[in-house]
Design a protein. Structure first.
Length: 165
């Protein structure tokens, strides 16, 4: 795969729910999305940044969604569904995968900010299409198959002073 260079067009796709739960379970802190975006883009050209979020009717979530937009992320919002048995579900696996597969034809690099192993097959597909795939997540909670499927991996745990608030 090509090395990093300033002419590369980059799309950043952030699985906010995955990052939130991981950063809170490991460090009891929030992710600094401004630094996450800067670290993902580096000195390259940002084409699109999307944060996949879940609306759970928490009091602070609207200000979080607005902050993401102010930073430069487009927010895609899904409502948390509660089922009759009390279980709750809202994930963006299909939506994020469709966006990545579509954007892969328009960019040189897709940066996935998630540790979810369900995206390993997506990485293989995007790389097969000729697009570089980078993963940024917390190493101890990132699926090994996701790291192996990507061209590069940035362990956010190695840089908590930068990527956590």
């Amino acid at each position: 795969m090509p090395p990093l260079h300033s002419d590369q067009r980059v799309a950043v796709l952030a699985d906010a729910r995955n990052l939130y739960h991981t950063s809170h379970s490991l460090y009891s802190q929030n992710v600094d999305y401004s630094e996450l975006l800067a670290g993902a883009v580096q000195d390259r050209r940002l084409v699109r940044a999307i944060a996949y979020v879940v609306r759970a009717e928490a009091p602070e979530e609207q200000s979080f969604f607005e902050a993401l937009r102010d930073i430069g992320f487009e927010t895609k919002i899904k409502d948390l569904k509660t089922y009759s048995d009390g279980s709750k579900k809202a994930d963006w696996d299909v939506g994020l995968s469709l966006d990545a597969a579509t954007l892969a034809r328009k960019v040189d690099t897709v940066v996935l900010c998630t540790g979810d192993g369900d995206f390993a097959r997506l990485c293989s597909h995007v790389r097969h299409e000729g697009t570089r795939v980078e993963v940024m997540s917390f190493g101890s909670s990132t699926a090994a198959e996701l790291v192996e499927a990507a061209d590069s991996f940035v362990d956010l745990s190695d840089h908590t002073d930068r990527y956590l608030l």
